[in-house]
Design a protein around this ligand. Structure first.
Ligand code: MP6
Length: 365
């Protein structure tokens, strides 16, 4: 891990590319001219992520491009600043997307980030249908490692979902999308008052009931992800968002037989209404990350340097019917299963209501 404690991590040279001279002189500000831009690899509500290569080094990156006019018009300046400060608060964690440089021209803001060549975890869920216990264990352990780090730094992600968990060439995770994250400034700040709602399927009861989020809301989403990896679909899923919310606040979910008992036990301890009682919560009842990491679900996991370990080969849960979708063009609500003609209900997640109630106040520099 780097011990560079410079306040402007934005201007650091990517590691592996530092001569002693470069370490002393601050690297010059980059500009779009320093990069070759290739295809679009992801699109968010207010940004486009493109594959790019730095001309001088040949190093590949993902560059997030935000249209300034659009951000100002939609009053999203606050979110852009939050994302930048969160990314700057994270000093090179191997399981979290790193921000290398930011710069701008008259039209756009540019964030130069780690490239995750294999796309996102949702893509793998769609491709595989589900994950077996061993794979689920490994990837959940990496997610927990990243979350523990974030929470230690008083950052709540607030939109944890498979789309925001990227996969590198080496098949490790890189957590991303901090545009809706929150930095807890004080204890009282940890409590209430928030209008943001992430993605319907992963929203926690406290968010829906009290419009409140806490670190433990990320643990609720974690429970939903464990369930989804093993079952192939999230626990709270309905025909529309309203009904999804109803299910969440009524804690209306079933644990299918396809989910192994040890995972069922962990899911039950995460999908608990009271955030203080979720396993892993920073309370006497939650037991902190120690309690979460020592749950039998993680038996066999070596937590130290998990990012240096060889990930298990991806295999689907053998108990789940193989329901492979032939298309990602999901304007069709359902697909016929190739093997036994069972129906596969496509699970697209829908973002909603990222409305900012506060007026935009400052610019992004
Ligand atoms: C993505 N964000 O490589 C990506 C990324 C890569 C692929 C697909 C989606 C990617 C990032 C990213 C940094 N590096 C990446 N999607 C995000 C979650 C949304 C949907 C918001 C655009 C960070 C994005 C930034 C929000 C902070 C990919 C690579 N190969 N094939 C697909």
């Amino acid at each position: 891990m780097s011990n560079n404690t410079s306040t402007s991590s934005l201007q650091q040279t990517p590691s592996g590319n530092q001569s002693p001279v470069q370490q002393r002189t601050p690297p010059r500000k980059r500009s779009p001219k320093d990069f070759d831009f290739f295809e679009i690899i992801g699109e968010g509500s207010y940004s486009t992520v493109t594959h790019a290569r730095e001309k001088s080094t040949g190093k590949e990156f993902a560059i997030k491009i935000l249209n300034k006019k659009h951000i100002v018009k939609e009053k999203k300046i606050k979110y852009v600043n939050v994302e930048k400060s969160v990314l700057n608060k994270i000093h090179h964690h191997p399981l979290i997307v790193r921000l290398y440089y930011t710069f701008q021209d008259s039209y756009s803001l540019y964030f130069v980030l780690d490239l995750a060549k294999k796309g996102d975890l949702l893509g793998f869920i769609h491709k595989m249908g589900s994950f077996n216990l061993k794979c689920t264990q490994f990837y959940v352990a990496e997610i927990v490692t990243a979350l523990e780090y974030l929470h230690k730094k008083n950052i709540i992600h607030r939109d944890l979902k498979p789309e925001n968990i990227l996969i590198t060439e080496e098949m490790h995770i890189k957590l991303t999308d901090f545009g809706t994250a929150k930095i807890i400034e004080s204890e009282s700040d940890n409590a209430r008052a928030n209008s943001f709602v992430g993605t319907a399927e992963y929203a926690s009861p406290e968010l829906l009931n009290d419009k409140a989020t806490c670190k433990s809301s990320d643990l609720w989403a974690l429970g939903c992800i464990i369930y989804q990896l093993l079952a192939g679909h999230p626990p709270f899923k309905a025909v529309n968002e309203y009904q999804t919310f109803q299910k969440i606040i009524n804690l209306e979910y079933t644990l299918p037989d396809e989910i192994p008992d040890v995972a069922k036990d962990l899911i039950k301890k995460l999908l608990v209404e009271d955030p203080n009682h979720r396993i892993g919560a920073d309370t006497p009842e939650g037991g902190g990350y120690e309690a979460l990491k020592s749950h039998p679900f993680f038996e066999g996991i070596v937590w130290e340097k998990i990012h240096h370990q060889t990930p298990p080969e991806l295999k689907p849960n053998p108990a789940v019917h193989f329901e492979k979708s032939t298309s990602n063009l999901d304007d069709e609500p359902e697909f016929l299963n190739e093997n036994n003609n069972e129906l596969y209900y496509h699970q697209g997640s829908t973002d909603f209501s990222k409305t900012d109630p506060e007026p935009a106040q400052d610019n992004t520099n």
